[in-house]
Design a protein around this ligand. Structure first.
Ligand code: ADP
Length: 400
């Protein structure tokens, strides 16, 4: 059956420009243009070749509209003409040298139009008709109109990419500025305490009784711990960014790591009412004990900080070569829109962090450590009821 033909009218041009104005994705817009024009231009295939960074033409889009041709496989038919158009920077058409073959697929009529943004050559759009008829001037004009629309689409797409890159850069700069102000605050606060209490203790005009001296020294110790933790976090974060954090895998018992983490928090005077619920004593898994302890301590530490006085439930379950650890607190919870963001570098929920120390690096580091174990970490929360951190780890690293 011959293709149904349509003649060009103003409505087609409106429809094409509407597709171009309303579609930001290049492929979707080209699909729309191909659909709207193939019955006028009578092409079987359409391909768009764009110049890449190394100045070679690459097929960016290929569409077969009929006669059983596969777009991808057939995009090679336009390459030769695309190169010629690229050289001459003008519209070129090619007819078959002989039309004696009864197979229309052997008689291709090609039309190539350069994509020019001013004097700037971007690529070529190539159309093919199997078995003719040859392109008439009105069709060539329409093809050139389409080429101009494609140029507009490409220009808009590269503007959008540039805008996205600028926005990304602005966000990164903002994050860096926030980081510097958070870090300087977090460094200055413990340093101020340490300096203040040391100077007080050393004053030659005052005698301090033993109890007071001990109280001051305890404050100095706590603030030094705070400072040490902060510095470790900053270093870990820098190591992660430069890909230098190596895991030392060995068999580890997660219940033992969790019990140790709880005891360490108790020793550092952090109030934590934690209950460990273990189904069956878990078998060892392959992991880096000190890094996994760091993850557990950070999550438990957060529970003590952001859900003070709340009970914490910890469970470990093993199934199908995976271990699932759930750490649930009964604290204030985390808003839905922050559940993923808490794992971002430097992110802290403004409402929950008042009066607490922190940099927003802890959970970011936890996530990287769990990923380095080929595991997953996520948070689930109900406001007013509490938060659960779920960690899933494969039992063996070799199996991953
Ligand atoms: P930091 O504690 O240094 O701020 P984290 O990366 O460990 O950084 O945590 C990021 C943020 O997630 C915290 O600032 C806090 O707002 C929120 N958060 C973490 N754990 C909890 C929790 N158990 N309950 C409520 N909010 C939490």
């Amino acid at each position: 059956m011959p293709p149904i033909t349509e003649t060009l009218d103003i409505n087609h041009l409106f429809a094409i420009s509407e597709v171009v104005s309303n579609t930001s994705d290049l492929k979707t817009a080209l699909d729309g243009i191909a659909r709207l024009t193939h019955r006028i231009l009578l092409f079987d295939n359409l391909a768009v070749y764009l110049l890449d960074k190394s100045n070679s033409l690459n097929v960016t889009y290929a569409k077969a509209m009929g006669r059983g041709q596969k777009a991808g496989a057939e995009s090679a038919w336009g390459e030769q003409l695309a190169s010629l158009v690229a050289e001459q920077r003008k519209t070129l058409s090619q007819s078959p040298t002989t039309t004696s073959s009864p197979d229309r697929l052997k008689n291709p009529y090609l039309l190539g139009v350069p994509l020019m943004e001013g004097k700037h050559f971007l690529g070529v759009v190539v159309l093919i008709r199997f078995g003719g008829p040859p392109y008439v001037p009105q069709h060539i004009k329409l093809a050139e109109f389409i080429a101009r629309q494609i140029v507009l689409l490409i220009a808009r797409q590269s503007l959008a990419q540039e805008r996205a890159a600028i926005e990304k850069q602005q966000i990164e700069t903002q994050i860096k500025e926030d980081f510097i102000s958070t870090i300087s605050h977090e460094l200055r606060t413990p340093l101020g305490f340490i300096k203040g209490y040391t100077t007080t203790l050393l004053r030659s005009d005052t005698e301090w009784d033993v109890a007071t001296q001990k109280e001051f020294l305890q404050i100095i110790e706590q603030e030094t711990d705070q400072l040490q933790e902060l510095i470790e976090n900053i270093l870990d974060s820098a190591r992660l960014q430069s890909g230098q954090m190596r895991m030392a895998f060995q068999p580890v018992r997660l219940d033992v790591l969790l019990k140790d983490a709880i005891s360490r928090l108790h020793m550092s005077n952090l109030i934590l009412d934690a209950e460990l619920d273990i189904d069956v004593p878990p078998h060892p898994i392959e992991g880096d004990p000190s890094r996994l302890s760091q993850v557990f301590e950070n999550i438990l530490n957060n529970a003590a900080k952001y859900a003070p006085g709340a009970k914490v439930y910890i469970s470990i379950r093993q199934n199908n070569g995976k271990t699932h650890i759930a750490i649930r607190d009964t604290g204030p919870g985390i808003p839905e829109d922050s559940l993923e963001r808490i794992f971002e570098r430097f992110f802290r929920i403004p409402d929950t962090v008042k009066g607490t120390h922190g940099t927003g690096l802890g959970l970011f580091i936890c996530k990287q450590i769990i990923h380095a174990h080929h595991g997953e970490i996520k948070a689930e929360s109900t406001i007013g009821k509490g938060t659960t951190f779920h960690i899933t780890l494969p039992d063996s690293q070799a199996a991953e």
